[in-house]
Write a protein that binds this ligand. Structure first.
Ligand SMILES: C[S@@+](CC[C@H](N)C(=O)[O-])C[C@H]1O[C@@H](n2cnc3c(N)ncnc32)[C@H](O)[C@@H]1O
Length: 258
C-alpha cells in the first residue's frame, strides 16, 4: 500500500493546498451554468470534498467518490449535505447525473490507457445524454519535453496540530510511460518521523485527451489552459500553460461524433 501523508491526513491536505475562495468549485459551477442545465453532480476523486461541499451549498445534489477511506471519512465529517462513497473512478456506479467533475489532476491517477478509457466510459455511462464532464489537471503538453520544470522544487514546511512537517520533493519525467514521477520525503518531529512517498501522474496531451473522450462518447466543448482555478500568469489560452481544463458533453448512445 502506497502511503501518502496528505491523502492519509486530509486536514493537512487542506493546509498544503488551500482553496479559501472555492476556485475549484466555482470553476465547475461556471461550466455547469454555461453549458447546463444541471442539477446533480458526481465528483470523481473528490478528496476532502471541498468542491462537492461548495456545489451542494449552491443547490446541486452532489455525490463525491474517492479511493481513500481517510478522505471519505473526512469529507463526510465536513460536508454532511453531500453523499460520499468509497470507490474507484474506473468502476464506481451510482444513479444517473447531469454532470461529472474530476478536479485537480485526479484523472491523472489513471496511469494506463486502459484505466483512462475505463474511467471516461464509466463517467459517460452515468451521465444523462447531454450531461457534462468537467475536469482540470496538469497539462502534459507543458511538462513533456520540458525537463527544466522538474529541476527546482523548493522544500515545503507545513505546521499542523503543533507538529512541523518538511517535504523534500524530487520530480522526474518518465517519457515512455508519460508519467510525472514524484519522490517526496516527509520529516517531522525533529527527525523522529520520516515517510518516503512515491507518486505519479499520467501526462496527457490535449489531442490525446480529446481522442479518449471522443472514444468514450463525448463531444469536447472546451479545451484550454486558462482561465482556471490553478492557473498562473504564464497561461495564455494557447494550451502551453501548466494546467489543462476540459469541458465535454455526453453524446446520446449510438451517436457518432463528427
Ligand atoms: C489531488 S487530489 C484532488 C482532490 C479533489 N478533486 C480536489 O480538487 O481537491 C486526487 C484525489 O484522487 C483520489 N484518487 C486517486 N486515484 C483514484 C481512483 N482510482 N478512484 C477514485 N479516487 C482516486 C485520491 O485519493 C485523491 O483524494
Amino acid at each position: 500500500m502506497n502511503m501518502n501523508l496528505l491523502t492519509d491526513n486530509p486536514a493537512l491536505y487542506e493546509i498544503a493546498f488551500p482553496d479559501p475562495e472555492h476556485l475549484g468549485g466555482r470553476f465547475v459551477e461556471s461550466a455547469l451554468v454555461r453549458h447546463g442545465p444541471c442539477g446533480s453532480v458526481l465528483d470523481l476523486g473528490c478528496g476532502t470534498g471541498r468542491d462537492a461541499g461548495y456545489l451542494a451549498r449552491q443547490g446541486y445534489r452532489v455525490t463525491g467518490v474517492d479511493i481513500s477511506p481517510e478522505m471519505i471519512a473526512y469529507a463526510r465529517s465536513q460536508h454532511p449535505a453531500v453523499r460520499f462513497e468509497l470507490g474507484r473512478m474506473e468502476s464506481y456506479r451510482g444513479p444517473e447525473v447531469d454532470a461529472v467533475s474530476c478536479m485537480d489532476s485526479a484523472l491523472l491517477y489513471c496511469h494506463t490507457n486502459e484505466q483512462l478509457a475505463a474511467t471516461l466510459r464509466n463517467a459517460r455511462a452515468q451521465l444523462r445524454p447531454g450531461g457534462l464532464f468537467v475536469a482540470e489537471m496538469r497539462n502534459g503538453a507543458f511538462f513533456l519535453g520540458n525537463d527544466a520544470v522538474t529541476h527546482h522544487e523548493p522544500d515545503r514546511v507545513l505546521a499542523h496540530d503543533g507538529v512541523t512537517y518538511t517535504a523534500r520533493t524530487r520530480l522526474a519525467i518518465d517519457h515512455r510511460a508519460q508519467l510525472l514521477r514524484r519522490r517526496r520525503v516527509w520529516t517531522w518531529g525533529s527527525g523522529t518521523g520520516e515517510l518516503v512517498q512515491e507518486s505519479a501522474w499520467r501526462l496527457l496531451f490535449p489531442q490525446e485527451l480529446t481522442y479518449f473522450l471522443t472514444e468514450a462518447g463525448f463531444e469536447v466543448l472546451g479545451l484550454f489552459d486558462a482561465p482556471g482555478p490553478n492557473t498562473t500568469a504564464e497561461a495564455c489560452g494557447g494550451l502551453a500553460g501548466r494546467r489543462l481544463h476540459v469541458i465535454a458533453r455526453a453524446l446520446p448512445e449510438g451517436t457518432l461524433s463528427c
